[in-house]
Design a protein around this ligand. Structure first.
Ligand SMILES: C[S@@+](CC[C@H](N)C(=O)[O-])C[C@H]1O[C@@H](n2cnc3c(N)ncnc32)[C@H](O)[C@@H]1O
Length: 272
């Protein structure tokens, strides 16, 4: 069993692998425990490209944030924000616009504690511990309402998290609740794991996560599109994540540009 490090909150369950801490491990972070690393390694056996997929996902978020900033968006609600890593949303946004406001939301104790510590001296940014599947609680929490003005456009980010909301939890209704709370000109950014390229592999990947804090649900492109109702998709639409507005001169793709190995779609939708 791991010793509890100083950064781990007292109430954290270090025996149950956590989706947040497993993702931190995929990204090469150090906020994870033996149980997280063991299950993450099992996942990597099924999906050896996962560390590269996680990094590609971070890169596409950065491209989307830059797009949003250029479009004049200054408010961000990052749902399922995870354990902070290099290139957090507020860092990218506030370099471009020091007045940009960012609220992070996560249910994981370590993600919240670490976010709180790095945000202690950061103006216009905060973390809320909440379950994103309860939009009414998130949207009325003073942490959110104190920083974000919902009469102005807000970018809602659901990066690598919507696939943790199962069908029985009505993901379309969850997305719609955030959409309806935001003003015209607001955005939704999504990345989502897909079963399209290799259904058998997706099934095995889902089986690994049955032992984690959150179950993962790989979806087809059609199923993901159905979650984006009410948004006009910014070009090029819902696409393989490496094909969403790639930037020139970033060097060769680490997975040879093979979208089957990434097995993930991304889209940025604008609320008309
Ligand atoms: C795969 S990580 C992605 C983190 C981050 N969005 C990124 O792209 O780096 C998924 C995160 O979503 C969080 N999460 C999953 N379900 C959640 C829920 N219902 N409410 C709040 N957070 C949730 C997990 O705790 C985890 O931190």
């Amino acid at each position: 069993m791991d010793q509890r490090p100083v950064w781990a909150p007292d109430d954290v369950d270090i025996e149950t692998p956590s989706a947040a801490r497993m993702y931190d491990y995929f990204l090469g972070g150090s906020h994870n425990f033996a149980a997280d690393r063991a299950l993450a390694e099992e996942y990597i056996k099924v999906l050896p490209d996962m560390p590269q997929i996680a990094r590609a996902q971070r890169r596409v978020v950065h491209r989307m944030i830059r797009h949003l900033l250029a479009a004049g968006v200054t408010q961000f609600l990052d749902l399922g924000s995870g354990i902070p890593t290099a290139g957090n949303v507020h860092e990218i946004a506030q370099v471009a616009n020091p007045r940009a406001r960012v609220v992070y939301v996560d249910s994981d104790a370590v993600a919240v504690a670490h976010s709180r510590s790095i945000l202690a001296d950061v103006p216009h940014a905060a973390i809320l511990r909440a379950d994103l599947r309860d939009p009414a609680s998130v949207l009325t929490d003073p942490v959110v309402t104190g920083l974000l003005d919902f009469t102005e456009p807000v970018a809602v980010l659901m990066i690598a998290v919507l696939h943790f909301v199962g069908e029985q939890e009505d993901p379309a209704a969850v997305v719609a609740a955030y959409r309806d709370a935001t003003a015209p000109g607001s955005y939704l950014a999504v990345t989502h794991a897909t079963s399209d390229y290799n259904p058998e592999l997706a099934r095995r990947a889902e089986a690994v996560y049955t032992r984690a804090s959150h179950q993962i649900h790989y979806r087809s492109r059609r199923q993901i599109l159905d979650l984006l109702v009410g948004y006009e998709l910014v070009e090029p639409g819902l696409v393989d994540m490496i094909h969403w507005r790639p930037e020139p001169d970033t060097g060769p793709d680490p997975l040879g540009g093979d979208v089957r190995r990434y097995s993930g779609y991304t889209a940025l939708g604008r609320r008309p």
